[in-house]
Design a protein around this ligand. Structure first.
Ligand code: NDP
Ligand SMILES: CC[C@](O)(C(C)=O)C(=O)O
Ligand code: MG
Ligand code: MG
Length: 340
């Protein structure tokens, strides 16, 4: 088994007396910043004026322009959207770099040469294996999201120790971290989100919903069966693996799992997964995503709108209004409408 790193393997002192600039305050940015502050690390935020700026100030952070935040810090963690990082880096971060450690939560821009850092800087990656909002939520529950870490440049000889101290400060060493390379993190993260976690899953859910509704079954029922219950099933897998999930389901379901699962996700699907992985490894996916952004996202925006209008989304929005426990902001809406 690969070496796993836990809290006892990291020395928090590698962040002592250091100021960390978290650039961006979105999904990952807010979680890293809040978790690190709660772990006793000095954090400032780098942003442009806007919604995130206001939120970071509301959360009690000192917020600066990206350039100012980078210039005054010892560690610069870039948590901007991947597609915006090269421009912001070139214009606002690079001119302010001297000997800071440069950090990422995903290797895309280093691996695909969209950012080429100066030779004088340590360059490392701490990539939580989960959405930023869960990085924060689990930290608050005394738990954590596992992470990968990697060192691209080690000028100080302390880059690995810094990565571990950082992973500890955001709570990831409570769950375990694994050493990797920028290449391995980038390729596997892109594969996971495309083939399994996001792309594979949304396509599977929609195909199940469409199969039931096209056969005349009620959309509300199809929503519960193919989307809502998925969380409950996946929670069991998270806690106990496939075996743990199968322990809780009926033997009828387990037999259906064995005989029908491989009919749905068959050898052709696996061949297609291999083709997706090859596109990632050969840089075709990255090239397409870079060009899509240069063209102002015509395909992204059109597909996004179509997806948001899918019947599973329409029925889901209605059903979730009556389930305040699934979303705290919805809870407020329901309470307001119930009082009116
Ligand atoms: N989302 C996730 O859970 C995960 C993300 N990652 C990686 O983390 C990194 C960040 O992704 P994510 O958290 O999803 O990003 P988000 O889209 O959630 O957040 C982006 C942040 O960047 C700010 N921003 C955007 N443009 C600029 C700009 N020009 N100047 C200054 N600030 C700007 C936004 O502020 P504003 O409000 O002004 O737009 C926002 O605060 C990426 O490398 C991603 O691959 C890794 C693991 C999981
Ligand atoms: C699964 C999507 C992800 O890779 C993540 C939350 O880990 C991302 O890029 O957002
Ligand atoms: Mg990921
Ligand atoms: Mg990702």
């Amino acid at each position: 088994m690969a070496k796993m790193y836990y809290n006892g393997d990291a020395n928090a002192a590698y962040l002592n007396g250091k100021k960390v600039a978290v650039i961006g305050y979105g999904s990952q940015g807010h979680a890293h910043a809040l978790n690190m502050r709660d772990s006793g690390v000095e954090v400032v935020i780098g942003l442009r004026k806007g919604k995130s700026w206001e939120k970071a100030e509301e959360d009690g952070f000192q917020v600066y322009s990206v350039a100012e935040a980078a210039a005054q810090s010892d560690v610069v963690m870039i948590l901007l959207p991947d597609e915006l990082q090269p421009k912001v880096y070139k214009e606002e971060i690079e001119p302010n770099l001297s000997s800071q450690a440069l950090m990422f939560a995903h290797g895309f821009n280093i691996h695909f040469n969209q950012i080429v850092p100066p030779k004088e800087c340590d360059v490392l990656l701490v990539a939580p294996k989960g959405p930023g909002h869960l990085v924060r939520r689990t930290y608050e529950q005394d738990a954590g999201v596992p992470a990968l870490f990697a060192v691209h440049q080690d000028v100080t000889g302390e880059a690995k120790e810094l990565a571990l101290a950082y992973a500890k400060a955001i709570g990831s060493l409570r769950a375990g971290a694994l050493e990797t390379t920028f290449k391995e993190e980038t390729e596997t993260d892109l594969f996971g989100e495309q083939a399994v976690l996001c792309g594979g899953l949304t396509s599977l859910v929609k195909a199940g919903f469409e199969t039931l509704t096209e056969a005349g079954y009620q959309p509300e029922l199809a929503y519960f069966e193919c989307l809502h219950e998925l969380k409950l099933i996946v929670d069991l897998m998270y806690e106990g693996g496939l075996e743990g999930m199968r322990y809780s389901i009926s033997d009828t379901a387990q037999w259906g799992d064995f005989v029908s699962g491989p009919r749905v996700v068959d050898a052709r699907v696996k061949e297609e997964m291999k083709a997706v992985l090859k596109d990632i490894q050969e840089g075709n996916f990255a090239k397409g995503w870079i060009l899509e952004n240069q063209a102002n996202r015509p395909v992204f925006n059109a597909v996004n709108q179509r997806e948001n209008e899918h019947p599973i989304e329409q029925v889901g929005r209605e059903l979730r209004k009556m389930m305040p426990f699934v979303n705290s902001s919805k809870k407020k809406e329901v309470v307001v409408s119930a009082n009116n």
